[in-house]
Design a protein around this ligand. Structure first.
Ligand SMILES: C[S@@+](CC[C@H](N)C(=O)[O-])C[C@H]1O[C@@H](n2cnc3c(N)ncnc32)[C@H](O)[C@@H]1O
Length: 236
C-alpha cells in the first residue's frame, strides 16, 4: 500500500464516505431500483464505462484470475464471473462488501467463474498474482502520483493487463460530478482529483514496473453528470 500521507489520508476519508455516508446510496445506484434525475444519468454513464472496462479483457475469461480493485457492491465482479473469471473482489468499505456478499455470495456461475469478496486495500500484496486488474472509478479520488504508485505496486503481480479509470481534467468536470451533486451538500464525497491523460502517461513512463506496460486503449465517457476516462494497459 502506498505509504504517502496523501494516500493514507484520502483512503481514510473514502472509507468513512463509502462505508457510512454513502453506503445506502451506492447500494441503490448499483441496483435495479428506480432512480431519477442526476442519479439516472450517472447510472447510464457508469453502464457505458462498465462496458468499456469489460472491453479491455477477452470476452471469455475462463481460467483467468482477475482483481476487481475497489469492487464496491460487486457489479463488475459478477459480470466477469459470468464470463468465467476467478475474481478476487476487494474494497476498503466493509458495508459495501457486505451488500455485495448479500447479493452474490454463493451464486453458482454456469461458466465456472467464482468471486472471492474481501475487505481491504486494493494494493494488498498478499492477494497474490493476477492475469488482469480492473479499477472502475476506485482511483479517481487519489492524487495522480498516488494513483500511479498504486499501479506501480500492482504491476509486478499482473501478467496480462490492467484497466483503470481516472477523472479527466476538463473544464466541465469542475461544475458537476457525482461527488458534488449526487448527495446533499453535507454528504459530499471526498474530492475527485482530475488529471490529464498526458500527465498520467508521463508519470507512468518514469516508473520502471510501469514501463513493461503499454497503453492500448484510451476510452472516455461523458454523459451529463458522469465523466470518466479508462486506460487499458497491456503487458508488452
Ligand atoms: C466510486 S466507487 C466504485 C465502486 C465499483 N468499482 C463500481 O464501479 O461500482 C469507489 C470504490 O473504491 C473503493 N476504494 C477506494 N480506495 C480504495 C482502496 N485503497 N482499496 C480498496 N477499495 C478502495 C471505495 O470504498 C469505493 O467502494
Amino acid at each position: 500500500m502506498p505509504s504517502s500521507t496523501t494516500y493514507q489520508r484520502r483512503r481514510g476519508q473514502l472509507l468513512e464516505y463509502f462505508d457510512r455516508t454513502a453506503a445506502q446510496a451506492w447500494s441503490k445506484l448499483t441496483s435495479d431500483a428506480p432512480v431519477s434525475g442526476i442519479r439516472a444519468t450517472v447510472r447510464e454513464g457508469r453502464r457505458r464505462m462498465f462496458e468499456n472496462v469489460l472491453s479491455c479483457m477477452p470476452h471469455d475469461l475462463r481460467g483467468l484470475k482477475v482483481l476487481d480493485a475497489g469492487c464496491g457492491t460487486g457489479t463488475l465482479s459478477v459480470e466477469m464471473a459470468k464470463r468465467g473469471a476467478q475474481v478476487t473482489a476487494i474494497d476498503i468499505a466493509p458495508t459495501l462488501v457486505g451488500f455485495a456478499r448479500e447479493r452474490f455470495e454463493g451464486h453458482v456461475f454456469e461458466s465456472g467463474g467464482t468471486i472471492d469478496f474481501r475487505v481491504g486495500d486494493l494494493s494488498d500484496a498478499t492477494l497474490g498474482d493476477f492475469d488482469y486488474v480492473v479499477a472502475l472509478d476506485s482511483l479517481i479520488h487519489y492524487r495522480a502520483p498516488d494513483m500511479v504508485r498504486v499501479l506501480t505496486e500492482l504491476a509486478p503481480r499482473v501478467s496480462k493487463g490492467m484497466c483503470f479509470t481516472f477523472a479527466p481534467r476538463t473544464p466541465l468536470l469542475w461544475v458537476f460530478w457525482i461527488s458534488g451533486r449526487l448527495f446533499p451538500r453535507s454528504d459530499r464525497a471526498p474530492a475527485i482529483e482530475p488529471v490529464t491523460e498526458h500527465r498520467l502517461r508521463t508519470l507512468m513512463s518514469k516508473d520502471s514496473p510501469m514501463t513493461s506496460f503499454k497503453v492500448c486503449k484510451s476510452l472516455r465517457v461523458g454523459h451529463f453528470f458522469y465523466t470518466s476516462h479508462a486506460l487499458q494497459l497491456v503487458r508488452q
